[in-house]
Design a protein around this ligand. Structure first.
Ligand SMILES: Cc1ncc(COP(=O)(O)O)c(C=O)c1O
Length: 398
């Protein structure tokens, strides 16, 4: 018998198995994008050790770790001043994971009155279905907050709230939570870690919709929770079973976005201030909301806590909903669109869009008038942004 060489692998086998990245001897300038859902093991035993977190390694893309995602988590933890971070595929997935990791049936959570509409629905419609009660509190009233915290499972607030851009006194709230032994959670989306790092003020969990300023270009969805290492382990345990972990391409884009976050926030803040002053002085506007305006009730807190006032503002048009419609429809450069925090200037009408889920009575309690327009100031030339809003204000006044 002659020893015949094994037949060469077929076309498909070669196409599938031959691509192996060559080992590298230098570090690249950008974090490599590990666009893979699964990872290989030399032995079954290795797989069993890594999947049980007894040995470092990567297993599968649903939160078991990916180097690109881990690089994003590491830079977020660094910028927010926390031990660790865990990244999600949306801000809502991040918020859901924190709250359901901390609270269970029979628990009660405390939240600020003003919240992003999606968060409001999660808290007031979804969580009660699972036996979690929600108490709403005026977070500018320390006594009311202290009373509401007794027996609560967590406090949830937004650094700069959506859409009236009130700034919570985070240091005071964190102290009240520490006294009561209640975990504190803050949505830092509108501020970004450049304007505020709430963990440095005592908050336990800092969540973001990375979709907004962190990504910064309206081309991805993402979320992240920054917290202590032990807490990250518990949140990851939720995400492994529920789903919603961030994927590598989004992490790669977020890392790239963070590189210019400081520059972008400076420009958002500078143009935001100019637009806010324009709105404040306009006869077509009943109230202009921007933490950088001395007329805003949170101005003093904002000056103390924020490293700039950001790119989010709101204006209540004197002519109510009709004027709001004329204002938005007259914009030539700014777009009418969902989301915020990107390079384009965007406007939205909270009562009919971002906060449509909030019942009218709750909207009124939050001060969300039907004539309110929310503005996310982009990175276009400031003169063009101001000119566009000037034209729209004239149309709204007609
Ligand atoms: C303040 C705030 N938090 C959370 C979210 C939810 O984020 P995502 O859309 O990434 O799920 C949003 C979305 O607009 C938001 O504005």
């Amino acid at each position: 018998m002659t020893d015949r060489p094994a037949p060469a692998p077929g076309f498909s086998t070669r196409a599938i198995h031959r691509p192996v990245a060559p080992p590298v001897t230098q570090l690249p300038s950008s974090v490599p994008l590990y666009q893979t859902s699964t990872w290989r093991f030399e032995t079954l035993d290795d797989f069993a050790e890594v999947v049980a977190f007894r040995k470092p390694g990567h297993v599968y893309g649903r939160g078991y770790g990916n180097p690109t995602v881990e690089a994003f988590e590491a830079v977020m933890a660094d910028l927010e001043g926390t031990e660790a971070a865990f990244a999600f595929d949306s801000g809502m997935a991040a918020i859901h994971a924190v709250v359901t990791t901390l609270a269970r049936a029979g628990d009660r959570i405390v939240t600020s009155r003003a919240l992003y509409g999606g968060t409001h629905s999660l808290f007031h419609e979804v969580l009660p279905r699972y036996g979690i009660d929600v108490t709403t509190v005026d977070v500018s009233d320390p006594e009311a907050v202290a009373d509401s915290l007794a027996g609560a499972r967590l406090l949830y607030v937004e650094t700069i709230d959506n859409p009236l851009v009130s700034v919570a006194d985070l240091a005071g709230l964190a102290a009240l939570c520490a006294q009561a032994g209640v975990p504190s959670v803050v949505d830092n989306t509108f501020a970004s870690p450049y304007l505020c790092a709430p963990a440095r003020l005592g908050f336990d969990y800092v969540v973001h919709s990375a979709t907004k300023y962190i990504g910064g270009h309206s081309d991805l969805l993402g979320g992240v929770v920054c917290c202590r290492s032990e807490a990250r382990g518990s949140i990851r345990a939720t995400a492994l079973e529920v789903g919603g972990a961030m994927q590598p391409l989004e992490a790669w884009l977020c890392i790239r976005g963070l590189a210019t976050l400081a520059l972008r926030m400076e420009r958002h803040s500078a143009t935001g201030q100019r637009v806010a002053e324009l709105l404040h002085q306009s006869p077509a506007v009943a109230v202009a909301y921007y933490p950088g305006l001395p007329s805003h009730p949170s101005h003093a807190v904002a000056r103390r806590l924020l490293n700039g006032f950001g790119g989010m503002l709101a204006a209540e048009l004197k002519g109510g909903i009709d004027a709001a419609i004329r204002f938005c429809d007259s914009l030539e450069m700014a777009w009418i669109a969902a989301s915020l925090g990107g390079v384009h200037t965007l406007v939205a009408h909270p009562a009919s869009t971002t906060h449509r889920q909030v019942p009218p009575a709750d909207r009124a309690a939050q001060g969300l008038a039907d004539g309110l327009v929310r503005i996310s100031v982009g990175l276009e030339d400031p003169e063009d942004v101001v000119a566009d809003f000037g034209r729209a204000l004239a149309a709204a006044a007609d």
